[in-house]
Design a protein around this ligand. Sequence first.
Ligand code: PLP
Length: 361
Amino acid sequence: MIYLDNGATSFHKPPEVLRAVQEALRTCANPGRGSHRPAMAAAERIYDCREAASRLFGCLPEQVVLTTSGTHGLNMAIRTLVRPGDPVVISGFEHNAVTRPLHALGAQVTVAGRKLFSPEDTLEQMEDALRKRPKALICTHVSNVFGYILPVEQIGWLCRHYGVPWILDAAQSAGSLPLAQADFVAMPGHKGLLGPQGTGLLLCTRPPEPLLYGGTGSASLPPTMPEDLPDRGEAGTLNVPGYAGLTEGLRYLHRTGIHGMARRQQQEVRRAAAGLERLGFTVFSGPCQLGTLSFLPHGDCEEAATKLARKGIALRAGLHCAPLAHESAGTLDTGTLRISYGHDACPSQTQALLTAARVLL
Ligand code: PLP
């Protein structure tokens, strides 16, 4: 099988990730819940994960709140900055993990920047919206549908200039691109960071408002959650085997370096775009694009994905949990077929895709 669904989750994890999960299950108890050896081993695995994340992202270990997914971190960050009815700015390419929490809060949402692959439009529209001093700006770094890389350095600069707090959704960029410094940066552990499902990270410049209340293994007496990072965001028993695996994913990325990763994915996306266009499909590609590409087959997307799956190509069809991005690009009615490359992106994957795609002609 050629796995081109890394936008959903990475599938071929480095072997050390698998070994670490198994080792943690064998040796670890509950972190911070005892001074016996298995509890201490668990605490060490958890600290290792914060430390590996802090090295990769250039923050302090205590600024790393361990979450269960990208969605978990985004909800926590949004609940910290946004109150019911608050004005908020988002890009035109957000995932439901951003739009649904805002909808649930009844936030007044301004969508700024809907032109695909146009950093100029994104920045112009966002600056206009920031002049009205919203309570927060929330945006994805890379569109999970189209691979569009938003100009996050400049967005960060604008947010600081207008004094507006910023949440960055790094779900599709962490592990492939350097991240910008936002008030909160949320990311899954199971996509580009190569960890297991059920893991995520929220990088925090200040303690978040808890989503969950409960035991943290620290300061048990008060009825309130601890005030400090990272405990304020981490109630309940942590997924120790998951974070032990994630640590190895983070170390792998630190060792191999992420620049080569982005370059390889971009090369394959360009190759795939050219090949799919040659076959006569409508392809969404542009200058600032990472390892994800959407295209339209001649018929129904779901049927096309099933045909390609039978040919051994794993990709995704539909709206990809991001109807807003499709609305921006004009593909809400059809959805798209999406390929998304991972850390193992290589020409033979693209060649196999292009050969199999003939079944759609
Ligand atoms: N944001 C974007 C852009 C995503 O692509 C995803 C997942 O696909 C998420 C948020 C949510 O991440 P998770 O599935 O880990 O909750």
